[in-house]
Design a protein around this ligand. Structure first.
Ligand code: ADP
Ligand code: ASP
Ligand code: MG
Length: 467
């Protein structure tokens, strides 16, 4: 089980007890049985002393809807009742006194949530959206601490907002690492000596005391940051699949679990859309060389994937990642030919609207740029205002409904026949943009959203057939 999988990792100095930070995702804390399985994983390995939980499955999606502008009071009420039902469905498994006290606490949180929802319908703000989104983790962490206690583990709730201090970029807040470290040393580390602390992923707090969030799927990143701040020895990400696969197992049943993968390859997968890890998760782990384990809380006995600095095998093809909801913007101007400063002006406009460009390719007179649409956003990232401003400089075309396919591996820029292997397999597909050369770890290209699953399946068959 967990203790066996992690036994080969670096040991902490003798004087300090070894610390594993264990993060449990939405499906792992979806209901009572799932929470109980996680509690046993924790109990079976006493190194698991800081537990980071997501909201119970489905709750954050409800909260996202609640935070949107076009929602009636009736729908708000239905959503809050649905969230209550998900949480009460878990608390009903406790003895009646514990159930009653947890339900009182959940009702109190949901009353606060109702107030935020009403405020949001009167005046929508990103600040209030983040306040709304945080309630899922606030509920699940309180319940999970109690599940631990029910199997005699000294679980205690801790509000992560005491330590996870961020700026005020609502929806994508940036964590203050120095404050995180000092607050963790002061407020969290002493508690870990004789307690198993349960805290929230995904959420933080800005300098004015307002709630912030780190972006969808951000609990993985929270857990990694906390591991770094506490100088933990291991990070375990417990989810609904038995590790990192050669591609999303929901796309093809041919996908296979990977036993070991380097930080660089796994980071590339996360960045290019493998939902199994939030894109920023491996940044703290790489900074401090913290090994990361990914496994299934449903089947912990099956082991999982170890992510570490050095691995024995460096295959040319490691995996295929897919990122949906991409926007391709093409800017075209004959003035670009032999001229200087054109690109700087284009990027100036994009910077003004805080649009982060992902991939870039250029020709003599045109430049193609891709943008990642944060999932759940209702508005197109490239607004009419942005287009109008760019049109003062050049012709602009915007295309949505695209997916980015990334082939991830090692030495992709040096190996022969890569392009042929990849593109011959999908020669009947219209490819919109290709990026190859900037990184030896990936080759990526855009296809129409409707072709994406087929492309991944077909490529997987071709590239991984003989492994
Ligand atoms: P959690 O709620 O535990 O954070 P997520 O839904 O965010 O879980 O991530 C797990 C999901 O990631 C899996 O169910 C799987 O469909 C998806 N996924 C995408 N790419 C991969 C991959 N390469 N390997 C494994 N899972 C992947
Ligand atoms: N609950 C948040 C989400 O669904 C964060 C997470 O699960 O990692 O996006
Ligand atoms: Mg996730």
């Amino acid at each position: 089980m967990n203790s066996v999988q992690l036994s080969s990792t670096t040991a902490a100095p003798k004087s300090l007890p070894s610390l594993t930070v264990a993060k449990f995702g939405g499906t792992s804390v979806a209901d009572f049985e799932a929470m109980l399985r996680c509690a046993h994983i924790i109990k079976n390995d006493t190194r698991n002393r800081l537990i980071v939980v997501s909201a119970s499955a489905g709750v954050t999606n409800y909260l996202v809807r609640l935070s949107q502008e076009n929602i009636s009071v009736n729908e708000q009420k239905d959503i809050i009742d649905n969230i209550r039902a998900i949480q009460f469905n878990i608390t009903q498994h406790f003895s009646s006194d514990i159930e009653a006290s947890l339900n009182t606490e959940i009702n109190r949180l949901l009353d606060e949530l109702t107030q935020h929802a009403l405020t949001q319908s009167l005046q929508h703000s990103a600040k209030n959206s983040d306040a709304i989104l945080a309630y899922g983790e606030q509920c699940s962490s309180r319940i999970f601490a109690q599940v631990l206690q029910s199997i005699d583990v000294a679980g205690e709730y801790f509000n992560v907002q005491q330590v996870m201090k961020t700026n005020s970029t609502y929806g994508k807040a940036i964590v203050d690492l120095n404050l995180l470290k000092s607050h963790c040393a002061q407020l969290l580390a002493p508690k870990l000596v004789n307690k198993v602390i349960v805290t929230q992923g995904f959420i933080g707090q800005d300098g004015e005391g307002n709630t912030t969030t780190l972006g969808r799927g951000g609990s993985d990143y929270s857990a990694a940051l906390l591991t770094e701040a506490l100088q933990g020895d291991n990070l375990s990400i417990w989810t609904d699949v038995v590790g990192i696969f050669t591609t999303d197992p929901r796309i093809t049943d041919q996908a296979r679990a990977i036993k070991e993968i380097s930080f660089g390859e796994a980071a590339e997968m996360a960045t290019f859309g493998a939902k199994i890890l939030h894109p920023a998760t491996l940044i703290p782990a790489m900074r401090c060389n913290i090994p990361v384990f990914v496994g299934s809380s449903k089947e912990p006995e099956k082991g999982g994937t170890q992510i570490k600095k050095k691995v024995d095998s460096t295959p040319t093809y490691r995996s295929i990642a897919l990122r949906r909801e991409q926007t391709l913007v093409t800017v075209k101007s004959p003035a670009m030919l032999h001229a200087s400063g054109f690109l700087a002006k284009v990027f100036g406009v994009l910077a003004k609207y805080e649009l982060s460009v992902d991939l870039v390719t250029t020709s003599e007179i045109s430049v193609a740029l891709t943008f990642d649409n944060p999932s759940g956003s209702t508005q197109s990232l490239i607004t009419n205002t942005v287009v109008a401003e760019l049109e003062q400089l050049c012709e602009v075309s915007v295309e949505n409904g695209l997916s980015l396919v990334a082939v991830i591996g090692n030495g992709l820029t040096g190996a022969k026949g890569i392009g042929q292997n990849i593109f011959e397999a999908i020669n009947d597909i219209n490819i919109r943009m290709i990026c190859h050369g900037a990184s030896a770890n990936n080759l990526c290209f855009l296809v129409a959203e409707n072709d994406a699953n087929f492309v991944v399946e077909k490529l997987h068959k071709t590239l991984f057939a003989k492994i």
